[in-house]
Structures are given as C-alpha cells and as structure tokens.
Ligand binder design. Structure first.
Ligand code: NIG
Ligand code: FE
Length: 403
C-alpha cells in the first residue's frame, strides 16, 4: 500500500453545482485511488503519519480535466482551407467541393500507423501539460476498413504509452468517402456490416458516433448505425444540430445516448428528450469560434431544463484546430455565457458523464486519483485568463505526471 498525503490545498470536489469546495483541505491517495478527502482538521489519525506528503502551497485541487470530444488522430493540414474561407468560401462549400473532411481522409489514409501515432502523441502531450487526464478520441478520417482501425489502434496505443485515459469513439459515418459517391446507403451498410463489427471485435470501440447533418448523414442513416451499435451493446453519441436542425438530439436520446454534441440548432423538443434520457449536451466553443458561427446553442433553455453541459475542444484540423482545453473554459464563458462553475463542471464531472466514465470527473473516495493542482486561489481564475499555465502538479491514476 503506497499512501500520499496532499495538504495545504483548497479542493473543488465537483460533487455539486457550487463545485463542492472544501477549504484548507487534505486528500489521501492510495495507489491509483482516492482514499480520503476532507477538511484537514478531520484527517483521521491513521493518515497523519503518512511519509509521502505534498505541500500544495495553498493551491486549488480539481479533478484532472477531461476533453470529452476530440478528433486527435489525423495527418495533413487544412491551413489552405482556412485561407479559402478568408477569401469568402464557407465550410460547407469547401466540403461540397471535395475538401474538408475528405482532404484529411486522403492524408490520413496515406500516413503509416507510426506516423499517425507520433502526430497524435504530440497533440495529446499538449493537452496533458494543461492538466488533462482523460481524452476521448474519434475515428472518422479513414472511412475505409484499414484506416478506421488504424486510427483507433493509435488511440489505444496512446493510453498504453502516455499518462492519460483514452476513450475511443467509432465515427466511420463522418463523411461519405469518394469511392461511395452517390451511394450513401451502401456505405452505411458497409459501416454497419463490416467496419463496426471488425473494430468492436478488436476491442477498439468504447462508443459510436455519427455526423448527422446535410453534409454528413441523414437521420435514417444515423438510426441504422445506432441500431447496430445497440445490437453490439455499445453506447452512442452524436454530432447533432451543428449547422442545421436534423432532430438528431431527440434520436440520440431515444437510444439513451451518452451525449449530443455541438447543438447550435437544437430545438426545445430536442432539449426535452435529452433531459428525459440523461443525455449530456457537449458544447464546442472552439468550433463555434473558428467557423465564425453566429447562432448560439440554446444555453438558457438547456440550463432551465437541467441538462448537464460539458465543454470540449473538438480538436480537429477543419473546424477546431485547437489543442487547448483551458482556452475552451474561457470561450465557454465569453462566447456562451456559461458561469465559471458551469464551465468547470463541463470539463470534469459532466465530461465524465458524457463518456460514461464513472471512475473520473469528481474527487470522491474510491474514484481514480486523477487530480490537478493549480496555482490559483479561486476556481474562476482557471476560466478568466488564458495563455498562462497555472498547473502546479498533475496525478493520473495516482502517479505524478512530469510535464
Ligand atoms: O466536429 N462536424 C464534423 N466533424 C468535425 C469537423 C471535422 C473536420 O472538418 O475535419 C467537427 O466539427
Ligand atoms: Fe467533432
């Protein structure tokens, strides 16, 4: 048994909407788990003699941050499209002309598994140095058997080689590959009958996602993928209502989905269905910012309905080339008017719910010891400034991570 005592800290346990703050607190780590948390005055005598003691210097301890929506494994660059957009083209125009997701698909197919791993490793390390201990990673830049599996294997390998938990999401229904032009239903058959079962058989899939959109797949096609996922016992989530209202949020809720993500065009009935099903709203302020969207997700209605809100980077080469979760905290507040408390819940407790991660997201006895110690006094400081890194120490599964 290896015990570590962290003291001289304030803790945001994230166990209630007020962040579950404990002032002048202590936390005991027992190997990879949290053994005790509370006011230092209540520390049991058995823990007072622990040899490994860390002085938190009055800093704030939060759960390790969780980036619950990324597309981290890709090759190539889309800087040219950034430039095209500044010359007047829209994101949808570029996609229709064979650019967009498909241009990343070409580069990702051409890259070796080792090349992809190196690219993704660097991005994951960037997130880890900001206090991130869990990352969700989607496939969807392969759109063929070999490359979808290659992306998911890279995601799994990151967990074996880096101090981070990874959740994989199968997103082969992200765009129509050129070889299936005009045959979207055949592609969905291929995804359901061949690619998803193969990826699942290799234990590469923790959840299944679809891009339900005019430039993605229809509601009917989405439902076919969901029903296959259900048959395999896999949870679902959805890129829903990003550019138009496809009533996708209600569909993913019908399948008791973990989350509906983006949601700029979400309707009141979609919100109601999400609330009933316990589906988390994952908001992606980076994509909203980078695509210069003007339609805001219905934050106030989500809040009023009590739908849990998570925040993520959506790190990807096209709509959010942003590998910075603390910046998303700031953008969630400035662009979406979330309070700092809501934003912090969005990258901890609610992000964990969006991934079905019962072991992460809060500081509670028995949970995995994923902890971030920050050189700040008040939680709002984590949201209001960016570009500086106040991370003081990080533990992932009880092991201190050296940045
Ligand atoms: O989450 N919306 C679809 N997928 C990504 C964008 C992918 C891309 O443009 O490469 C997103 O925004
Ligand atoms: Fe996305």
């Amino acid at each position: 048994m290896s015990l570590t005592l962290v003291r001289n800290i304030n803790v945001a346990t994230m166990t209630n909407p007020e962040l579950g703050i404990i002032l002048n607190a202590a936390v005991v780590l027992d190997d990879d788990k949290i053994a005790w948390v509370g006011s230092v005055n209540d520390l049991p005598a058995t823990y007072q003699q622990i040899e490994t003691r860390i002085d938190g210097e009055g800093g704030l301890l939060t759960p390790g941050l969780i980036d619950c929506h990324t597309h981290l494994v890709w090759a190539g660059s889309r800087a040219n499209e950034f430039s095209q957009r500044l010359h007047g083209a829209s994101y949808e125009d570029i996609a229709k002309q064979g650019g967009g997701i498909i241009s990343t698909v070409k580069a990702t197919r051409a890259a070796s598994e080792d090349e992809l791993y190196e690219l993704a490793r660097e991005r994951a390390c960037t997130l880890i140095t900001q206090g991130v201990t869990q990352i969700e990673i989607k496939s969807g830049y392969g759109l063929d058997m070999q490359t979808e599996l290659k992306q998911l294997r890279v995601a799994r390998r990151l967990e074996q080689t880096l101090p981070v938990s990874i959740r994989t999401t199968f997103l082969a229904a992200h765009a129509l590959p050129p070889e299936y032009k005009g045959r979207a239903d055949d592609y969905i058959d291929f995804v359901c009958d061949q690619v998803l079962p193969a990826a699942h058989a290799e234990n590469l899939v923790d959840a299944v996602d679809v891009f339900c959109e005019r430039i993605g797949f229809s509601r009917e096609q989405t439902e076919r993928v969901f029903s296959k996922a259900k048959q395999l016992g896999l949870p679902v989530k959805l890129h829903a209502e990003q550019l138009s209202d496809q009533d996708g949020a209600a569909l993913v809720a019908d399948y008791q989905g973990l989350s509906a993500d983006h949601l700029e065009y979400l309707s009141d009935s979609g919100i109601q269905r999400m609330k009933e099903a316990g589906t988390v709203a994952v908001l992606l302020p980076g994509a909203f910012y980078f695509l210069r969207e003007t339609k805001l997700p219905p934050i106030e209605s989500l809040r009023r309905a009590g739908v849990p809100i998570a925040i993520a980077t959506d790190a990807n080469p096209g709509s959010s080339p942003i590998h910075n979760l603390p910046l998303m905290l700031n953008m969630a507040c400035t662009l979406f008017r979330l309070t700092p408390e809501e934003a912090l819940a969005g990258v901890t407790s609610h992000a964990a719910t969006a991934l079905g991660s019962a072991q992460q997201g809060t500081i509670e006895v028995g949970k995995q010891a994923d902890l971030a110690l920050w050189k700040v006094r008040a939680p709002a400081e984590l949201c209001y400034q960016f570009g500086v890194n106040p991370l003081q120490k990080l533990w992932q599964a009880g092991t201190e991570v050296t940045p």
